[in-house]
Design a protein around this ligand. Sequence first.
Ligand code: PEP
Ligand code: MG
Length: 894
Amino acid sequence: MVRYVYDFHEGRRDMADLLGGKGANLAEMTRLGLPVPPGFTVSTDACRAFLATGAEPDGMSAEVSRHLSALEAGAGRRLGQRDDPLLLSVRSGARFSMPGMMETVLDIGLNDGSVLGLAKVSGSERFAWDSYRRLVQMFGSTVMGVDGALFERAMTTLKGLRDAPDDLHLDAHDLAELVEAYKQLIREETGEDFPQSPAEQLRRAILAVFASWNGERARIYRRREHIPDDLGTAVTVQRMVFGNLGADSGSGVAFTRDPATGRGGLYGDYLPNAQGEDVVAGIRNTVPLAELERLDPGSYGQLLAHMQTLERHYRDLCDIEFTIERGTLWMLQTRVGKRTAEAAFAIAAELTDEGIVSADEALSRVDGEGLARLMFPRFDAAATGEPLARGIPASPGAAVGAAVFDSTEAVRRAAAGEKVVLVRQETTPDDLPGMIAAQAVLTSRGGKTSHAAVVARGMGKVCVCGAEELTVDPAARRFTTRAGTVVAEGTVISVDGSAGAVYPGAAQLADSAVMRFLETGERSAGVVAAVARALEHADAVRRLEVRANADTPEDARRARRFGAQGIGLCRTEHMFLGERRKLVEEMILAGDDAERERALAALLPLQRQDFTDILAAMDGLPVTIRLLDPPLHEFLPDHTELAVRVAAAEARGEEPDPHQQALLEAVGRMHEENPMLGLRGVRLGLVIPGLVAMQVRAVAEAVVARTRAGGAPHAEIMVPLVGAVEELRIERAEVERVLAEVSGESGVPVHCPIGTMIELPRAALTAGRIAEEAEFFSFGTNDLTQTTWGFSRDDVEAEFFSAYLDKGVFPVSPFEAIDRDGVGRLVRIAVDEGRATRPDLTIGVCGEHGGDPGSVHFFHATGLDYVSCSPFRVPVARLEAGRAALPGGGDAGR
Ligand code: PEP
Ligand code: MG
């Protein structure tokens, strides 16, 4: 029989798939002997069964009852017992942390009777009514579906009437009145009464938390974080402990190290006389954790010891939530904490130094996306001037954008291409779409652990929170600084998430220290040293080589500085643009062979110089030069423009310009309905006389020039868009002929491996044949994705991918992350069949996927020799290639 419920004593840290992160870690803390209020977890299996059928799975309710009885026996009182009620919290907890994205219901077990009992045993009427008020509010919105804003409004109205600046100024009578108002509201909105039966409260709360897995915010968050939709959430049911029992109680959140920089020491926020939810919501301003040492030295000392235990046990930065109930410390949650990219590298290096983790493990704890983030520019400190305000540096980086004051406006402007900064008093999960759309998030309230801070850090988005000097007025769409400066919606501001400052206008950006290191090799301390170590270890363990896609000497030099081991794709099309476009026009318009040859002869020395310079920049390393790929009419003027020009001249009664006329005719003749599927790639070489010969001659003469100059050129010639071995055979013969010709003429032997791109399904499916003629393969996964899916790569992403992502057709664009099942299958077939024909076949990839972290892991597992990507992605690919090679790291599977 399937089992759905597990007591905290029965779980372990490694059971997060079943118990969710929260349930598994609560169980782990229980096993470690830390003070965890007792409870049990309803598994993700139960959630998935519920979501599939819409009904509670068989046997779940009996299991819950059994575990509840055990809990009651341990506590010596029953759930909702009139004179001394046991109260429960019901919280979500998925495999991956989704902060604030799902629901929680606290104080289950209170009703009109037990609230009086709670008042008596706690000795505080106010506390009892405040707890009941929270239950009715959370249950009303989460379980019964009443708009949460209605409760907020009732609360605000009452605070206004009582002249109360915050909820602490409402007394027991006020809160009892609020409970009645809330119950009335529920009746009006749902036609149903707030349930008085504690068992019913518990049952419905568990199911509501399950259902919140599919709530809108949770779905948006999962899409953003690439969390699969079918995992479901577990639910933890736990005895309530109270941080709102007076001045000797409180709640807090803490990190064992600074999650922004990785520096050691205790970081966190504490809120006296409050429940945990109040801390995260930023309702009242918290005090730094160090303050707790003064308020309650006993609990503070215990907290320190428990956090040390946790960091040692988990061997990583942990974050925790805790509550102090009348001087007794309770641990409510822990997990390996989220951190910024900077902190991830710094912590990994530090824990290696401390001998706590191995170099391999340290490498597994950083990633390419984080490294890419550290390569972004920062504000130039000297050029920023006086800030408008300072706040808490919650998530590092620099961002510039127009201030906007709600999520909808952020999404609207961002969709129109504008860069925006979302400015709020504090954020709630409803602000998620706006946070995703914005360059940065700025709040006037809340600490390092507020919603804004936690979510922005998770997304790698710049965030300054708690900028208390700002008065944010969302209704008037503006904020005012302490000095009285008014910043209206649409005004450009700059947010420095590393320093916690906001500047007027667009501040100057400066290179990041990590970028400087990559450019110069200059190795300073701190995060730069940590990044350098991670890259060195990645280089030591990786099997995949990393090359770059580069077609200028500058790009080639940069790629080399960034650690590229050659050029995997040198596109030649840019070499046909600019001033040379005229020569290409002449080649296309040539009336006879002689004219064409003249045009090609004029192009030859220019191409030769291009290749000579690139081979010099990559001296000693392979440079894969791809023959011309795009349709030729891309090098001619636009048809409509030309037609208008010619027609206008005619209308003015001018003599028709014969060149313009000829161009217009050529453009008309070469027009294609689907140019991406038309005369391009190898097909050009087969039908345009002399083109391939000119390009190959340029390469070969460049090799000769570099050899004579004492260099070590390693040019490779790559044929694009081959679909059949016959195409390659014909093209290869031409290439070999020209290479032999140049060798003969110069007396310098020119050996260039000749290979092909695999970027059509037919090429992949006949790779065994194609390998007869190819010394190397390079997967052009851009075209391979386009042609496998039948998607136009230039059109679909803007046209309908957002709808496809919404509908869950795929979690990420297949142009970004390799589609392992479809395109990936073709890659595997081509690798296997290509190597069967030619065991020493060199195989790489040069589509955009070559720099995508997840795809790099796939290419490692598929046995490729190298990935090639844009120069800026080279460090990312090196790091990920190293991670993929770690034991258990090559997760792609075959
Ligand atoms: C590809 O198709 O993946 C490729 C690298 O070539 P291009 O993007 O130039 O078509
Ligand atoms: Mg291509």
